[in-house]
Write a protein that binds this ligand. Structure first.
Ligand code: ADP
Ligand code: MG
Length: 370
């Protein structure tokens, strides 16, 4: 295995906040960073040594990124297949392309979990309005229809509560495949972020509990309010998926808990928003473990503070956050994005505490308006 040493360069496909936090972790360890992203002054470019400003599927630009980089990683799953194959053929993509192919397609993703005997919500793959109606006949209301690929933060999703919603989908549907899923009554949402190294050793972060508002992640908290058995079941299922996919690097699996039963929701072949708490709450962050894995360094054993909460900062919270900076005792992360659109993730804050009660006392005032 090729060990990447301080002074060598890590190339990142995608220049958002995940790339930025990977880059800052890598910088602490002495690596140089090259990033490929079409946006000028994107979050990662602000902390990178080299920025190649081009489209993600521009092969010439990918080749240029490769020429600067000793190893390549990605911060999002919608990496162009030709680009990932190119880096794989150069032996520069330790994460491989299988996790990408599976996680960028909800049909493959659900099928993969089912094949591993992991429970998933009832679902049907559809392409036409007639097929949506047939899916609803089978699954019933409420259901949710999602685009097969390209969706994030609830984008590309339609809730089907009744016949009126169903009729609306006829107008909304574009060409392509969708998945129609049973809408579960969710008791809890949790995620398991972990890292797997190139020898196959896995290091788990604590199971974290996630609260979404309008399908966007609002908070992530540890410890998750789940029995030890439930956490063990999640780790066991996650490990099976990790082995089957041959994961390398940091990876996240999202789970629903509904009426005491654990269901697979989706996975991300990269560091995840629900793992940002690890930056301050653990001895090693999801980003540092990721860099260690792709650089061929051993993973560190994970230790965590007793309690932590991460709160996302969207564009609509930014002003309140900035006004109360001098009053709140929180760890601040700002992604350096200029344009504060209402639903856009601008940053996050993390609270560390001795217990969940202790955390509750430190919650910033602006989060009540989330
Ligand atoms: P995204 O790629 O946008 O994160 P998800 O499939 O994770 O898509 O959906 C976003 C959120 O929507 C979930 O975290 C959950 O809160 C809600 N959701 C999605 N699918 C279901 C479902 N089948 N039942 C209940 N809630 C769901
Ligand atoms: Mg999700």
């Amino acid at each position: 295995m090729n060990v990447i040493k301080p002074g060598q360069t890590i190339g990142i496909l995608g220049g958002g906040q995940l790339g930025r936090m990977m880059a800052t972790a890598a910088k602490h360890m002495g690596y140089r960073i090259a990033v490929l992203d079409p946006a000028a002054d994107c979050p990662t470019a602000q902390v990178a040594d080299v920025h190649i400003q081009a489209a993600y599927d521009d092969m010439k630009a990918a080749e240029e990124l490769g020429s600067y980089s000793d190893v390549i990683t990605y911060e999002f799953e919608n990496v162009d297949a030709e680009v990932s194959r190119f880096f794989e053929s150069q032996d520069k993509l330790p994460q491989g392309s299988l996790s990408l192919a599976v996680s960028q397609n909800r049909e493959k993703e659900k099928g993969f979990a089912e094949k591993a005997d992991i429970p998933v919500p009832a679902y049907r793959i559809v392409q036409t309005y007639e097929e949506v109606k047939a899916a609803i006949d089978d699954i019933g209301y409420p259901a949710v229809m999602k685009t097969i690929s390209g969706g994030y933060d609830g984008k590309g999703q339609f809730l089907l509560r009744n016949e009126a919603d169903l009729a609306d989908t006829e107008k909304e549907m574009a060409d392509g495949h969708y998945i129609v899923e049973q809408w579960l009554t969710i008791d809890k949402e949790v995620s398991q972020v972990f890292t797997r190294d190139q020898q196959g050793k896995i290091s788990f972060f604590p199971v974290a509990e996630n609260v979404h508002r309008d399908q966007v992640l609002f908070t992530t908290t540890i410890p998750a309010s789940l029995e030890e058995d439930g956490k063990a079941e999640i780790r066991k299922h996650t490990e099976v998926l990790a082995e089957e996919l041959g994961v390398v690097g940091t990876f996240a699996v999202e789970w629903f808990v509904s009426e005491g039963q654990v269901y697979f929701n989706e996975m991300a072949p990269r560091p995840h928003n629900s793992g940002h708490y690890t930056i301050e709450a653990c001895n090693v962050s999801q980003f540092e473990q990721h860099i260690r894995a792709i650089a061929g360094l051993p993973l560190l054993p994970v230790h965590a503070f007793p309690a932590a909460k991460m709160i996302n900062v969207l564009g609509r919270h930014r002003d309140a956050l900035l006004q109360s900076l001098d009053k709140e005792e929180v760890h601040l992360h700002d992604y350096g994005k200029k344009e504060a659109r209402s639903q856009r993730k601008m940053g996050h804050v993390t609270i560390i505490g001795s217990s969940l009660d202790d955390i509750a006392k430190k919650e910033p005032a602006w989060m009540r308006d989330w």
